[in-house]
Design a protein around this ligand. Sequence first.
Ligand code: PRT
Ligand code: MG
Length: 218
Amino acid sequence: MEFIDALTIALSKGRIFEQTLPLLAHAGIEPRDDPAATRKLILATNLPRVKLVIIRAADVPTYVQYGAADLGVAGKDVLMEHGGAGLYEPLDLRIARCRMMVAGVPAADLGPDRLRIATKYVASTERHFAAKGQQVEIIKLYGSMELAPLVGLSDLIVDLVESGNTLEANGLVPLEPIADISARLVVNKAAWKMKHAAIMALLGVLREAVEAPVGADQ
Ligand code: PRT
Ligand code: MG
């Protein structure tokens, strides 16, 4: 398909890129390079008007919010932390799925106030415990949350859980669900108006790809 307007799409390397690729292919968009094999941050595609920018997962909403990219693909976890200012979130792409969970050692006590919780999801954690009327102390980490309860840094963690293998390997168990997570298409609010035709066209084919029965695309 051809697009009336130039479009810049923000993606992160890894699972988001890999799982978005078949959806973009459905829209006739194929990157010229593989981000795993190049150091380029701007990838041309087979369509001269469409390019991809490859950034950290947590930065995708910011690039789209400020219009540095017209659209992007971001995990719901990342969007819950970002807050969604300046963005529309028109489509659940149903990829990169997992759950945000409270986790800890088996039989950990979730009851007492002033529990210490290590996480990179500060806003989501605050909201979750505030909704239960529970005061907690949040310790912000940038990775390897599973380590925190093992070395006495925190009582509990909040992290993403897919298979549960990472928790299990560290003697931890999921204790309480916070949210079901999947990747969402996000669109800059100004681009939504200014590039309406191109964005609607892309949104339409992506929706079709998402809703197509498994194995029925192409
Ligand atoms: O890795 P990097 O530091 O660059 O950034 P990132 O971790 O934000 O990016 P990436 O590419 O790892 O994740 C991008 C998005 O994928 C996240 O924002 C989520 O929306 C989604 N996603 C889906 C996941 C997982 N599944 C997932 N399992 N992101 C991370 N994990 C990690 C999780 O944090 C834990 O360490 O995998 C581990 C748990 O997996 P299991 O299978 O052992 O339970
Ligand atoms: Mg990661």
